[in-house]
Design a protein around this ligand. Sequence first.
Ligand code: GLU
Length: 431
Amino acid sequence: MTTENVQDELTIPEAEWNSSMFNLAQQQFLGASKLMGLDENIRNRLLFPQRAQIASFPCRKDKYSEVETVFGYRVQHVLTMGPTKGGIRYHEDVNLGEVSALAMWMTWKCALMHLPFGGAKGGVRINPAEFSRSELQRLTRRYTMEFVNMIGPDKDIPAPDMGTNAQVMAWIMDTYSQQVGYTAPEIVTGKPIVLGGCKGREEATGRGLVYLIQEAALHIGIDLKNATAVIQGFGNVGRNAATFLEQLGVKIIGISDVSCGLYSEKGLALSAIDDHLQKNGTLVGYKDASQISNNELLELECDILAPCALQNQITDQNAPYLKCKMLAEGANGPTSLEADKILWDRGVFVLPDILGNAGGVTVSYFEWVQNTQEFAWTLEVVNERLHHIMVEAFQRTLMRSQRDNVDMRTAALLEGIARVAEAKLLRGVFP
Ligand code: GLU
């Protein structure tokens, strides 16, 4: 069973954050809450973000006379579990609905992994490729100031997401520290290591996904040494997942970036592709592979397909034609509700986003713990603890999916929602 569309059974008021992505997050939540018989009062509390702030603010461009007005967001979905946690995204499609959906998914993700956080997300609607480094620095510092009262080491802790990285976190950390008057590394995670970042954080999302792929391969009987993988997206998550899969002997036969896809039956040489990207900026023109479209990439015959790019990639249009045995979601929200049902009927094993990409926020949690204790762990300790948490969450989700006869996404949502609901009940209603 998968979560069904239950919109007609509950009238959700038209709201500021309405968008197709927020609708997907709400529908997933409503489907799971119906299956578990969630208390109606709690269901309605969790259906919307608890706090959201929008700001429009100026960014001075390198040409001094030019000032661009940009839009920034921060959404905190659930404040019950501890501080809120989630990345900041710089992308031209960012809007309140998208950020709210991502914040809701962060809530279930943190609860599923048993991390002491509620979900949050932030974003700025820009194309970061069109901003110089100094423009991005000014934009980031001003964004931080606009939301300075909302974030805090005990309140809400940002991290990198699409379009942001360790350098952006360093600027946020510096700006916040200037405001409070002392160095506060624990305000963000995903920082450069020299500023209190955690060893292994940068690769953690890709590494965590591959730990899960190993478990799932054992479960469905794929021998990784003879397996093939296709990876959509060659950013932080996709690139690292590719490396770790290659180390396990998996043949990477397809990859893509925004410009195009590449296919090679004999396997792609990742380091040669890195060199090509260094020189050319995009995958286009890479000689040792055939160039294919995004759709062709998704429909390649392979054992593991890992969407590690944008949302809404696997839909009812292409789900009937996927030829993978396992869908390993590194991206947030890559699969539509209709596609979930098709994949379930076709027996494709799904590692759902809130589990699949949870390695990132798990190591973010490690970073925050190390910062508050002022004690740094070794990479071995980080990876061993990450492995333990990922495998435990995988087994727990798998058991629930088998017990309740639901797909892995529904099982992961049930795990996360049940924990948040229990905490809400225990805390009660104020006043
Ligand atoms: N942006 C990442 C995610 O979607 C990481 C969030 C974090 O580390 O707080 O899970």
